[in-house]
Every structure is written in structure tokens, then in C-alpha cells.
Design a binder for this molecule. Sequence first.
Ligand code: SF4
Ligand code: SF4
Length: 156
Amino acid sequence: MEKIILSEKDPNFKNEIASQPGAEAFMRCFTCGTCTASCPVAEVHEEYDPRKIIRMAMLGMREEVLSSDILWMCSRCYTCHALCPQNVKFTDVISVLRGMAIKEGHVPAERQEEAKELDKAVQEIRCLLIDNKLHPGKKKADKIRSRIEDALKDKW
Ligand code: SF4
Ligand code: SF4
């Protein structure tokens, strides 16, 4: 495991996050892990861990957090938001971190909007898959493939 040298990190990073609308309660996190345990993305992605993102931010790991692809894995489903005993509102914290990542040039400005479009496409594909399971048919399967092909073409 990589050693963290705190003197090389940014002690003000956590204050900057907490000063943004929606992330005011971010420092209340007491690492209970409810967010990670309830997160549908963490269930399928071994590196995705909302509690870890908060710890890294608290430790001032600005570059590591803001440049990470992991930041864009959250589907903004609000499950962690609803269950957090400290009312940290992680979904809003993610939005703040994404905004900072854009502002500091880690990703293009369009990324927020593109992420929303991708989440919409995922939900659409999910509904098509469920419908196909309930009422299978070649036309439906072709429609799913075509929707996935369209989503693959969307650039990031
Ligand atoms: S559920 Fe809330 S308090 Fe618990 S680790 Fe997640 S953000 Fe922190
Ligand atoms: S909002 Fe993001 S971090 Fe929270 S449970 Fe949903 S996918 Fe996981």
C-alpha cells in the first residue's frame, strides 16, 4: 500500500470542499461505511468506495481525488445520501468534487453533462433489458444492441 506523506498533501482541500453548497457536512463523516455497503456501484466495481473518497479528501489528497476516473463512476442514485447517519450528502459531495476536477483542468468542462447523459442511457438500457427478460423477442434484443452501440459512440 502506498505510503501517504501528509506534509506533501493539501490541508486546505477539505475546507474548500466543505465551503461549497451541498458539501457543508462533508467533515462530519465518521467512516461508518454505510455508504460503501449500500452503494450499487461499489457492489460491482472493486475500486469504487465512497468512504475511501471521503478519507482521501480529508487527508488532503487533492490531485489523487480530482484526477481519478473513480470520481465519474458514481451513478448519483442517492442511496448513500439517504442512509448516511451523519447526513454527509455524499451525492452532493461528488458533484462538488466533479466541479473542482473540471475547474482545475483534470477533465473537459462538458464532462458533467456527458455523465448525466450516460447515466440516462444506462437506465434506458436497464429498462430495455428488463422488458426483454419479461417479454423476449428479437426486435427487443436488436434495440438493446443498437442503444448500447449509440452509448459507445458518445465521446468523453
Ligand atoms: S455513511 Fe456517511 S458517515 Fe458513514 S462513511 Fe459514509 S459518508 Fe461517512
Ligand atoms: S450516490 Fe454514488 S456513491 Fe452514493 S450510493 Fe449511489 S452510486 Fe454509490
